[in-house]
Design a protein around this ligand. Structure first.
Ligand code: TXA
Ligand code: MG
Length: 315
């Protein structure tokens, strides 16, 4: 049974214990990571995972990321590789997701992977996410804690507003520091960028000592269920805007007059951390949104990817 009002849990020992017990009972618990808030369920429990899809209104072909406390826990689920090891040593815990071939004895619900022979794994760095994953002691399936297709949640208030009545609890540990979803790398062949995100592709190439296949992002989308329209506010959004039309709200970048500014000093990390919070605030005003040009390197790649999806034609 899903309560109509979710518990708001504090990130102290009692709150995290309660969150872990709720996960163990098959309930949905939203929790913070350094990227965005996740909508978590026990990844071995098919009914709990089904409740994630129902709560988000997510197409069931879109597989979920499995969250783990450590690289050792990841190795138990997949066919590990030297490349996976190099990336995990460099970036876990952190805003990186690795897609690897599943082992036969993985124990995950088939709904988590939507029937694929691979699984997406992530070890988040956020301290209360780490403590929760250790307290729970199992794999936690968690998509971003927003209704399917809408703006991601970077605060507990966003989670409550979008999904509140569908959850058992939200663990509130303030705003997410990175603010963009994890970067997803496919390792089911040559390393491939499946989704730009909170870890810049340049950093991954440096750790690999070689190139990353980036041909599939952001235009052609191969990650299953990467819908063209996503991260969408209710009103239309245009990007790379240099001339604002009457009635539009301007989301700026750099030293410029704007309704809201992602980063007045032109810092892409600050812009990433502000992106979804500012989109939520502009969305509440329900007017067309114009976004200033964002440089397309480093975290700008992921910011432009999210904006392109927010601007994409709707159904
Ligand atoms: O930062 C994040 O990654 C957040 C936090 C909560 O960890 N999670 C997140 O999950 O963004 P979600 O479900 O919103 O996005 C997961 C993406 C989807 O686009 C899905 O298609 C892709 O990961 N994915 C999952 N499993 C995959 C697989 N086996 N192969 C390719 N793509 C996969
Ligand atoms: Mg998402």
């Amino acid at each position: 049974m899903t309560p109509t009002r979710p518990l708001a849990l504090r990130p102290d020992a009692a709150g995290i214990d309660q969150a872990a017990s709720l996960l163990a009972s098959g309930a949905l618990v939203a929790f913070p990571t350094e990227t965005v808030y996740g909508l978590g369920a026990d990844a071995r429990n098919g009914e709990a995972v089904a409740a994630i899809y129902a709560a988000k209104g997510r197409p069931s072909f879109n597989p979920l990321i499995v969250h783990l406390p450590s690289t050792d826990a990841a190795r138990d689920l997949v066919h590990w590789s030297d490349t996976a090891d190099r990336l995990a040593q460099a970036f876990w815990p952190g805003p990186l997701t690795l897609v690897l071939p599943l082992r036969a004895d993985h124990g995950l619900s088939g709904l988590v992977t939507a029937g694929l022979p691979t699984v997406a794994l992530r070890v988040p760095a956020q301290p209360s996410a780490q403590t929760l994953l250790r307290a729970f002691g199992g794999p936690v399936a968690a998509p971003s804690a927003n209704p399917s297709g809408r703006i991601s949640a970077t605060t507990a208030a966003h989670v409550m507003a979008g999904l509140g009545h569908k959850l058992a609890a939200v663990l509130d540990d303030g705003p997410c520091t990175v603010g963009l979803e994890s970067t997803i790398i496919g390792l089911d062949g040559a390393p491939t960028l499946l989704r730009a995100g909170g870890l810049p592709p340049e950093a991954i190439e440096a750790a690999l000592g070689g190139p990353l296949d980036q041909s599939t992002t952001p235009v052609a989308i191969t990650a299953p269920g990467q819908l063209a329209s996503h991260y969408a506010p209710r009103a239309p959004l245009r990007m790379n805007v240099t001339t604002v039309e009457p009635g539009e709200l301007l989301l700026g970048f750099g030293h410029t007059r704007a309704d809201l500014n992602l980063s007045e000093r032109g810092d892409l990390h600050e812009a990433a951390a502000n992106l979804f919070e500012m989109l939520h605030r502009l969305d509440a005003m329900d007017q067309p949104i114009a976004v200033a040009p964002i440089p397309d390197h480093g975290l700008g790649r992921a910011i432009n990817d999210r904006l392109a999806r927010a601007a994409a034609p709707r159904d």
